[in-house]
Design a protein around this ligand. Structure first.
Ligand SMILES: [Zn+2]
Length: 95
């Protein structure tokens, strides 16, 4: 079975897509890879202004998306990456 490579959560109630552990207090906007405190899988977290969060697990993501993440991590600093995400968010809101 194909593992889910992303998970939508809400601030203060985040479930890891890999291990389903719940953890709280996600405050980071770091776009560099982190690890799940429970299962230790590499993942990236985003939080949005509507208090939703997004967890991406690069290991399970489509190859092209992995490449995109690596490129963005290398080329952008935190602020630039946040601007990119906000731009995506703006489009998503318009849908
Ligand atoms: Zn986990």
């Amino acid at each position: 079975m194909k593992k889910k490579w992303y998970q939508i959560g809400i601030l203060d109630k985040n479930l890891c897509s890999n291990c389903n552990s719940e953890f709280q207090g996600l405050q980071t906007l770091d776009h560099h890879s982190q690890i799940c405190p429970s299962c230790k899988i590499e993942c990236i977290w985003f939080s949005f202004k509507n208090e939703k969060t997004l967890q991406i697990i690069p290991e399970f993501a489509p190859k092209e998306f992995q490449t995109f993440i690596k490129w963005a991590q290398k080329e952008f600093d935190e602020i630039e990456f946040l601007e990119l995400i906000l731009s995506f968010e703006e489009i998503a809101e318009a849908l």
